[in-house]
Design a protein around this ligand. Structure first.
Ligand code: ADP
Ligand code: MG
Length: 420
């Protein structure tokens, strides 16, 4: 009897136009009773699109997992930092601290503020600290020009000193404004330019173009540098992928740029790259549909009489600290270690302001806020105290008056009271 065996192989080909295609070949052999191949048939299938899609999916999932992990680390750090700041503020409330204690406290404060800055960067990587209020309409051409000026020491001064020269060509078309967070996008563009320069250790040319096409507003960055292999092209947006050694912080430039641009509903990709010839990256942003609300302006001049405060947080160290801090500002405070206890207190006691944590067992902060708004309308001010940044739209929808970012200082707490 005849028997059939089949197997598949995958290979890459280049079309005469130089385009890479991934081909899946399925081969089926039919053997006769003497084990001789009688029929050999094969089907070639172009699976390029499917492979690209799968790869994108894996990349997306991987970045998402790293993002979630960094968010949860950031969250825990924030709580610990809050406890540290709170304790320091309590120590500072004591009169007659010695000079050396005061200097020590100042040093610790500056270290904490350093760590808090890093935590914000972690959160940003985790996609959490992205608030609508920090988004504005900006001129992309101007932002690129600006980044070029900022990177000038890298492509001009340093290169000339080394005896090489890098020329920059720019071809900026008139483009509509894009909706983004200026600081974040600048960091992404800065990294693109820096990478291009690093790819041209012996000088070369960087050409930057902007314009409009069907998909949106684009910018391309073309360098005449070392280029990338096929494998590197696939890995370029992976966190910690670097061909430049093992220094700390290496390999986060392009993965960071990828996340930032994606967060703005944009896209970044390697348009082309060839070893020894150079690389072109392309960024595309969607056209803006609606104007952006102006960021909230904080009024700092109001003062209040003594207020009744309820502070809800499941962390006993934090409630103990805020009890001292709020009293030091001259307000009355009751603390509750769960949403349920807080709500019970509100039913039989007057209250002007509720401060609440978000992540709590049983009844979480969001449920508590809903319950307060349902029972008391907007008679009570609600301040959310959290390490996460809460989006403007969520704030509005839930009726949150102010978001107090952890870790907060006594000064920030005072500001909240003068703003309500
Ligand atoms: P780093 O620059 O710290 O290595 P990045 O995330 O910025 O990390 O870039 C990752 C890697 O991608 C680089 O190490 C390099 O191999 C490659 N790469 C990025 N941009 C370019 C470019 N313009 N030309 C060639 N290779 C590049
Ligand atoms: Mg880099």
């Amino acid at each position: 009897m005849d028997s059939i065996a089949s197997f598949t192989i995958e290979f890459r080909i280049y079309t005469p136009e130089g385009e890479l295609k991934i081909i899946k070949c399925t081969i089926e052999s039919t053997f006769n009773t003497e084990d001789k191949v009688m029929i050999l048939q094969g089907v070639d299938q172009d699976v390029t699109a499917q492979k690209i899609f799968e790869r994108e999916l894996v990349k997306h999932e991987r970045l998402k997992a790293i993002g979630e992990m960094s968010s949860s680390i950031a969250h825990d750090f924030n709580n610990s930092l809050q406890a540290m700041v709170g304790n320091m503020e309590v120590i500072k409330l004591q009169k007659e601290l010695s000079d050396s204690t005061q200097i020590g406290l100042q040093n610790i404060e500056s270290i904490i503020s350093d760590i808090a800055g890093r935590v914000v960067a972690l959160q940003k990587f985790g996609n959490i600290a992205y608030a609508d209020s920090s988004v504005e309409l900006i001129d992309f051409n101007e932002l690129i020009e600006n980044s070029l000026k900022q990177t000038r020491p890298l492509w001009k001064d340093k290169k000339e000193k080394e005896g090489w020269s890098i020329t920059i060509q720019s071809d900026f078309k008139e483009i509509p404004r894009i909706r983004c967070n200026r600081g974040e996008l600048k960091a992404a563009v800065y990294n693109l330019i820096k990478n291009s320069i690093e790819a041209m250790p012996e000088g070369g040319n960087l050409s930057i173009k902007t314009g409009v096409k069907k998909a949106g507003i684009f910018a391309t960055f073309t360098d005449s540098g070392v280029g990338m292999t096929e494998v590197n092209k696939e890995k370029v947006f992976e966190p910690f992928f670097s061909t430049k050694g093992f220094e700390l912080g290496r390999g986060l430039g392009m993965s960071g740029a990828y996340r930032i641009i994606n967060r703005h509903q944009g896209d970044i990709r390697v348009l082309s790259s060839e070893v020894g010839k150079g690389t072109t990256f392309e960024i595309i942003f969607p056209f803006v549909k609606q104007e952006v609300a102006q960021p909230m302006v904080i009024n700092q001049s109001k003062s209040n009489d003594s207020l009744n405060v309820l502070w809800v947080d499941d962390d006993l160290i934090i409630t103990k600290l805020v009890d001292t801090l709020v009293k030091s500002i001259g307000h009355k405070i009751t603390v509750a270690n769960s949403g349920k206890m807080g709500l019970k207190h509100l039913e039989s006691n007057p209250c002007d302001i509720v401060f609440t944590d978000l992540g709590m067992p049983e009844m979480n902060g969001w449920e508590l806020i809903d319950a307060i708004r349902k029972k008391f309308g907007d008679a009570i001010k609600i301040i959310v105290v959290t390490g996460w940044e809460v989006e403007e739209s969520v704030k509005k929808e839930k009726g949150i008056d102010i978001v107090l970012q952890k870790p907060f200082s006594l000064e920030m707490l005072k500001k909240v009271f003068s703003n309500i």
